[in-house]
Design a protein around this ligand. Sequence first.
Ligand code: CMP
Length: 137
Amino acid sequence: MERTLSIIKPDAVAKGVIGKILDRFESNGLKIAATKKLQLTRQDAEAFYAIHRERPFFNDLVDFMVSGPVVVSVLEGENAVAKNRDLMGATNPQEAAPGTIRADFAENIDANAVHGSDSLENAANEIKFFFSGRELS
Ligand code: CMP
């Protein structure tokens, strides 16, 4: 059993597809262990994506992530990290397989609907970033 962090990004929240995206997780064997909607501050977004600080897209990424509310969730299930990444599809929606969340709901590589942890180790850190122990019992 694994846990992973999902973020429904501002583009998908603005489009009104929170429920449709959460349904993809539940319909594919991932339980929603915790979830909440919140507005990231610039400091939150810079800290969360600190690993990308030197990348040319960092400022655009931070601008986008603070442009509206997001929904953060902890997904739980067998192979949750890999399963969530399969359900999301490729980072660039133009390359995402048909039927994936990004193929169906994303516009471009910045406004790409969802984020998902890329390893079990990052999942643990990203979950801790957003959720307290009390929210995750
Ligand atoms: P995400 O999984 O949230 O992790 C970092 C984000 O940076 C990524 O999704 C994309 O939305 C965004 N991004 C923008 N340009 C690039 C790029 N060239 N390579 C990877 N990620 C990018």
